[in-house]
Design a protein around this ligand. Structure first.
Ligand SMILES: N[C@@H](CCC(=O)N[C@@H](CS)C(=O)NCC(=O)O)C(=O)O
Length: 214
């Protein structure tokens, strides 16, 4: 049984939960009180993840894996699905995982956090800068998905599962108009929503749903 440490607002945690469910692997969630600063405490960093981040995937023997891209890659290889069917596809999957971690999820998650959950009102200049980065990253993904069903190859992969991680949350959390501005991304999200294993993050991950603050 896998134990997935995280919280419901965490799209990075959702990525791992979605894959575990798609693989049909047994898992249970372990709540991490991120909003109250647990991941910043020395004790949590010592015991769970020195990088101070969730998700953390705990294995049956108590060992831990972190970084969603690493976890997704390892689970896909271990369970023989969603990793890409050929060496070329696997390299493409890795390419999208890097893009996601650097530019797609990271800017979107930061923008959404500041808009919905940050301790103080977001600085407009910072939000404007981040929005420019988002426009660039989302434009690239929308163009890539134009005329394609999925990011890589003909079946769903961990590239899809990684990039979609933050895009099933309520639109008012980020205020960024993904559905309206990016038709190919919107259609791709509908396809992923129909995949076995998909669920709303707030239905499967622990913690309280919070109203957007700003
Ligand atoms: N690249 C990491 C990012 C993980 C991440 O940023 N997680 C957030 C919560 S969703 C976090 O723990 N942030 C803590 C921080 O940035 O200090 C991954 O994909 O696992």
């Amino acid at each position: 049984m896998y134990r997935l440490h995280g919280f419901c607002q965490s799209g990075n945690t959702f990525k791992v939960a979605f894959l575990l469910r798609a693989l049909g692997q047994p898992w249970e969630p372990v709540f991490v009180d991120f909003m109250n600063g647990v991941t910043r405490t020395p004790a949590w960093r010592e015991q769970a993840n020195a990088m101070g981040e969730v998700p953390v995937l705990e294995e049956a023997d108590g060992s831990r894996m972190t970084q969603s891209g690493v976890i997704l890659t390892e689970l896909a290889a271990r369970h023989g699905a969603f990793g890409g069917d050929t060496p070329q596809e696997r390299r493409e999957v890795l390419r999208w995982l890097f893009f996601d971690n650097h530019k797609f999820t990271s800017y979107f998650a930061t923008y959404r956090f500041m808009k919905a959950f940050g301790p103080t009102a977001p600085d407009p200049a910072v939000m404007t800068w981040l929005r420019g980065r988002l426009d660039n990253a989302f434009g690239i993904v929308d163009k890539h998905l134009h005329g394609r069903e999925l990011l890589v190859g003909s079946g769903p992969t961990i590239a899809d599962i990684s990039l979609c991680g933050y895009l099933f949350y309520p639109a008012d959390e980020s205020g960024y108009p993904v559905q309206d501005r990016y038709p190919s991304i919107a259609a791709w999200l509908e396809r992923l929503r129909a995949m076995p294993g998909w669920a709303d993050p707030y239905d499967i991950l622990p913690g309280e749903c919070l109203a957007p603050k700003w």
